[in-house]
Design a protein. Sequence first.
Length: 178
Amino acid sequence: MQHRSPIVLAVFTAVAGLSLVAGCSGDSLKESTPNSSSGTLGTPDYSFGPTTTFMPDCSSMPSPAALSTLAGIPLADGTVIATGTCEFRGLNDQSRVVTLGLLTDPVDQTNFHDLVASVGTTTPLGDATVPGAMLGPDSTVFALVNNAIYTVQTTVTDAPVADQIPTSVAILGAWLTP
């Protein structure tokens, strides 16, 4: 048995060496050259997937001051937490949250509708403040306006989320009012 160990080690080393040489041969590698006009690399010809509602920040949402007035608590600046979604946390109690969504991409909108349908039924809100608004099964208030889905959910008191729907409606109404 001890005589085989050096042989196995030698075979393993040879195979690993050949794999390394074959994998590192420079025949198929192309040299990256910067674009002569700007000094940057060219755009790659691949895609990581479909486009989504990209937001670098929450500037397309109502300001924290406006949200604070409607929610009744001071709120911090928003943080992007998901595709087209920002979260505004309470300054004094970070468990208090206003979550806003603005979905402009058709794929994101379809995913939103599929998610809502999988959780339960939606109900027309019937509030004149936000005509056509719907209430999701998780107490998210949403509306399709100008080819975008606007969503609001508030958890700014100790009351159940369902009891905070009027605050969500007020925020959505103010957001959609020019």
